[in-house]
Design a protein around this ligand. Structure first.
Ligand SMILES: Cc1ncc(COP(=O)(O)O)c(C=O)c1O
Length: 439
């Protein structure tokens, strides 16, 4: 196609310069680097859908609390490795208010982003019981967690949940769990990248099986409350964020500040470990890391070794943001609804131009509009779609980067500006004109 909106020659040159062997297979960071180079060289702006940057201003309450804490001198003082008391208390309140789950403040532990939380939790879980050393990912999922597995040199198994929703999930999970080597089950809910949301029926299946096979469930709530089909923003009132914690005590929840409070830059999240799991003694874990119970091993052995706690001022920021949500002073869901509204428009533009939503429903109900959605174009593999869209100034990653077996791409709405919708529509029209005749 010669009539692409972006200069094909420049894009091809930059692909060579970055030594990207196959653009369709490129990682998120490779696509980011490529698009940055092309934008710099051409002055053209891409519709950037490759990376999950929040794209909204940070919570002012957090910023003010952090500045205040810095002025008071916290920068000079090591924070407690398991977190400052006000944060732990507000976190436990938040879990009660918005999940309707009771947990002690001791189990609410700050980490340097959810990323550090999962890193430490993966280490603990894979060393807790001899012979149970393999993580099971319910995919599609967040690619960096697989990279964590690689860095830790840990084993994992995975399956694409596309064909195993609802009751079918039980048999599929049991086919892995019955082998006896699985230590933990990991998934995000709402799901990055598909935005499917597990139903209570599915969460109960996961929880029941975690009890039956004694595995730890790691529930990644990076997009807490962002199933915009329900309003989960009122403290202490249903509906609550659905969670596996209703069905098992073998859980660790990960609550990130990055998306709900647009606080990604300060790298702070929370691990929430159930009281039962926190207090549990695992002899193999004690032998491996020399600690006592599960919770103390995470804090005093693993987080201590990794970073000796989480930025002191960011902890004050998160404590203040959680308190404001708990007290009903801010509606953290309202603050991020913009993502859902943009997704609605963007999905329409893609669908009007021949694209299909790949993961399109939750057991018959259309998926919510949120931070991500998935797209396919007839007759094109996911890799071809990534590569072809680049020439039309649209960047994304292929779904197979996320453990999906479906052909398509992940679209992230957060970085796309509303002012770009006109460009997006024009580029998609041209793309469809050029390719609908080919297929
Ligand atoms: C599913 C999921 N988990 C975790 C994270 C990372 O969270 P944090 O910024 O708190 O490390 C992200 C960020 O995109 C995510 O999508």
């Amino acid at each position: 196609m010669e009539n692409t909106p972006l200069n094909k020659k420049v894009i091809d040159e930059k692909i060579k310069e970055l030594r990207i062997a196959d653009t369709g297979k490129a990682s998120i960071r490779e696509i980011v680097a490529l698009v940055n180079l092309v934008e710099e060289a051409t002055g053209d702006k891409f519709i950037r859908m490759e990376m999950g940057v929040p794209g909204l201003p940070p919570s002012q309450i957090g910023v003010d609390a952090e500045i205040d804490a810095l002025r008071k001198g916290v920068a000079a003082i090591y924070p407690m490795v398991d977190g400052i008391k006000p944060l732990k208390n507000e976190a436990a309140r938040f879990v009660k208010n918005f999940l309707n789950i009771g947990v002690s403040p001791a189990g609410c532990i700050p980490s340097v982003g959810s990323m550090q939380g999962t890193f430490a939790a993966f280490m603990a879980a894979a060393n807790a019981v001899k012979g149970k050393d393999t993580t099971l990912f319910i995919d599609p999922g967040f690619p960096v967690q697989k990279q964590q597995m690689q860095v830790l040199d840990q084993k994992f198994e995975t399956f694409d949940v596309f064909n195993f929703r609802g009751k079918k999930l039980r048999e599929k999970l049991e086919s892995f769990l019955s082998k006896g080597n699985i230590c933990t089950i990991v998934y995000s809910n709402p799901n990055n990248p598909t935005w499917i949301c597990f139903t209570d029926e599915e969460l109960k299946i996961i929880g029941d099986l975690a009890n039956k096979y004694d595995v730890i469930v790691m529930e990644d709530l990076a997009y807490f409350g962002m199933d915009f089909r329900k309003n989960m923003a009122n403290p202490g009132e249903p509906p609550f964020q659905p969670s596996v914690a209703n069905y098992t005590d073998n859980y660790i929840l990960f609550i990130s500040s990055s998306k709900i409070f647009s606080y990604a830059g300060q790298r702070i999240g929370l691990m929430v470990i159930s009281d039962t799991l926190y207090k549990r003694d695992y002899p193999a874990l004690q032998q491996r890391f020399g600690g006592t119970d599960f919770g103390s091993t995470i804090t005093l052995r693993l987080l201590y070794a990794l970073s000796s706690g989480t930025s002191h001022s960011a902890q004050w920021a998160l404590a203040a943001m959680l308190k404001a949500a708990n007290d009903g002073e801010i509606d953290f869901v309202e603050g991020v609804k913009e993502y859902g509204e943009k997704a609605k428009v963007m999905k329409r533009l893609f669908v009007e131009n021949g694209f299909k939503i790949v993961y399109e429903n939750d057991l018959g109900q259309p998926i919510a509009d949120g931070f991500y959605f998935t797209l396919a174009y007839p007759g094109m593999t996911g890799h071809e779609l990534v590569a072809n869209l680049l020439y039309y100034g649209i960047s994304a990653i292929a779904l197979d980067n996320t453990g999906s077996n479906q052909e398509g791409i992940r679209a992230c709405v957060s970085f796309v500006q509303r002012e770009q919708f006109g460009d997006l529509e024009e580029r998609l029209k041209l793309f469809h004109e050029n390719f609908s005749s080919v297929n």
